[in-house]
Design a protein around this ligand. Structure first.
Ligand code: FES
Length: 170
């Protein structure tokens, strides 16, 4: 054994230990993040008037942060998380949960689906909390929690993790 072997071995061990700690940190944040997203209190935001909605015609609003674009739509069929007399008004993030592609032009209102995604063709069911029907994504589309106050529709929370807008972090 050469005298310089031991420092190299020590370096390799330190490197592996540091890498292991990073992996553990990443795993911990992946577990904690969805819980945080569902429980975080966001200030309510008025997003539309119920009486102004037209069947299958989407409107858009940013929530919970500027740049987080969501689609509000009256589906015409009862939907999970829906509000209104027919329980058919829902809102969802327009960011695909696979790799964040923009879905705002992909509504198929007559079928109550959003998609196929322009990148890898994932399609989400808007009548069933945004579950994946087909495609690469494995997580449901984040759904905006809505409340109705008279004729005013308010966004009061998010269910699920919104795909991050990387432009905020550069
Ligand atoms: S980014 Fe939408 S399916 Fe890949």
């Amino acid at each position: 054994m050469h005298a310089h072997d031991e420092p190299a071995c020590q370096l390799r061990r330190d490197f592996l230990l540091a890498g292991g700690k990073l992996v553990m940190l990443a795993a911990a944040s992946a577990v904690v993040a969805p819980v945080w997203a569902q429980r975080a209190g966001h200030a309510p935001l008025a997003v539309a008037r119920l009486s102004a909605l037209k069947l299958g015609e989407p409107s858009y609003f940013e929530y919970p942060q500027a740049g987080d674009l969501n689609m509000l739509v009256k589906l015409g069929v009862a939907a999970g998380g829906g509000i209104g007399p027919q329980v058919d008004v829902v809102a969802f993030s327009t960011r695909c949960t696979h790799l964040g592609a923009k879905l705002q032009d992909a509504l198929q209102a007559g079928m109550q689906v959003l998609g196929p995604c322009p990148r890898h063709l994932t399609t989400f069911d808007l009548s069933r909390h945004g579950v994946v029907i087909t495609g690469h994504a494995t997580a449901s589309l984040p759904q905006v929690v809505l409340e109705l106050d008279g004729d005013e529709i308010r966004a009061v929370g998010m269910q699920g993790l919104v795909y991050p807008d990387r432009s905020r972090h550069v």
